[in-house]
Design a protein around this ligand. Structure first.
Ligand code: PBE
Length: 314
């Protein structure tokens, strides 16, 4: 049984939810100031010609163990114009707070961002073009299982193999969870989407309390899919444990058989190095969601479009 990082990651995720709520209300009260951006003194920072200088040559990142953090380190190496830049890692919650603060003051900021995520519904944001393809084009979220799961738990394996949903489904669970919690939101989604769920469970026998451990990463996207899978597997008779860990530990857990399966890998780019490290030691069940994306993200009021528009430090 995996217990690594559980508490730490749980706290991080809890913070991220409450900060999202705080961000919403700030945004509501600031709306009155955003209509007058034609004056020359207004939004001065946003019009600064040298974005690098204005943001202190720093990309606001998230947790050190995230796949996007690794790819951003790679971007810092690959793009000559990012020479002298740094990635400041901390947590998703801290990144979202910094993003909200910058937007409130219409200041420039460059963050590591991804979708599906609320930040795109909450703020006007854009991905910077990535001509070198460091962050890939579109990502998918995949499902992996430990070797032997198909033989040991064919019913669960079939359900996990069939698990496929749309970004709008995942967003619905994440949005509803703001009003309740992920367990409740996942249960509601399952109750309201019997047609989709029955495609996953069609012809699958029930079991009698067998234990299964799903390993996930601590972001809301993966907490949503894991909680939906938990509800569906429990309806089938399983006793389900959810264990949140860093992405590298997630792959390691499935490769060693400490965990049974995961719906959390972001591929083909975000978690490629972890995937390659353990390739052949887990079973790849393919996509469970298509149309995800990662990259460098800025507010739309910033007058740049590409990573190559960022100027190197002197
Ligand atoms: N994310 C969200 C994760 C995967 C899900 C993009 C922040 C990562 O970079 O590992």
């Amino acid at each position: 049984m995996l217990t690594l990082n559980w508490k730490k990651l749980g706290i991080v995720t809890g913070l991220s939810l409450s900060l999202f709520a705080a961000g919403c209300s700030q945004n509501d009260t600031e709306d009155t100031t955003s209509g007058s951006d034609s004056g020359s003194s207004d939004g001065e920072a946003a019009e600064t010609t040298n974005v690098g200088e204005a943001v202190d040559y720093a990309i606001t990142g998230i947790e050190p163990g995230a796949g996007i953090t690794e790819k951003t380190d790679l971007a810092l190496e690959e793009y000559e114009n990012l020479s002298g830049w740094e990635q400041e890692t901390s947590s998703t919650a801290a990144m979202l707070t910094a993003l909200g603060d910058a937007i409130e003051n219409e200041e420039p900021i460059v963050v590591t961002g991804w979708s599906p995520h609320f930040m795109f519904a909450q703020y006007d944001l854009k991905y910077l073009e990535d001509p070198k393809g460091v962050y890939g084009e579109t990502e998918y979220i995949g499902t992996i299982a430990r070797q032997g799961l198909e033989e040991d738990m064919p019913e669960a394996y079939t359900i996990l193999d069939n698990f496929h949903w749309e970004p709008a489904d995942m967003e619905k669970v994440m949005l509803d969870a703001q009003e309740s919690d992920l367990e409740t939101a996942a249960q509601d989604w399952v109750d309201n989407n019997g047609d989709v769920v029955s495609e996953w469970t069609d012809g699958v026998d029930s079991v009698d309390g067998e234990s299964i451990e799903l390993v996930l990463t601590p972001w809301d996207t993966e907490r949503a899919s894991a909680n939906v899978a938990k509800v569906v597997l429990e309806q089938q008779g399983y006793d389900v444990t959810l264990t949140p860990v860093d992405p590298s530990v997630m792959f390691e857990a499935i490769a060693t058989g400490d965990g049974d399966a995961s719906l959390a890998p972001w591929l083909p780019v975000t978690h490629s190095s972890f995937y390659e490290k353990y390739e052949g030691q887990f079973v790849d069940l393919g996509e469970n969601l298509s149309g995800a994306k990662i990259g460098l993200v800025v507010p739309t009021y910033m007058d740049i479009d590409s990573i190559e528009d960022l100027e190197a430090a002197e």
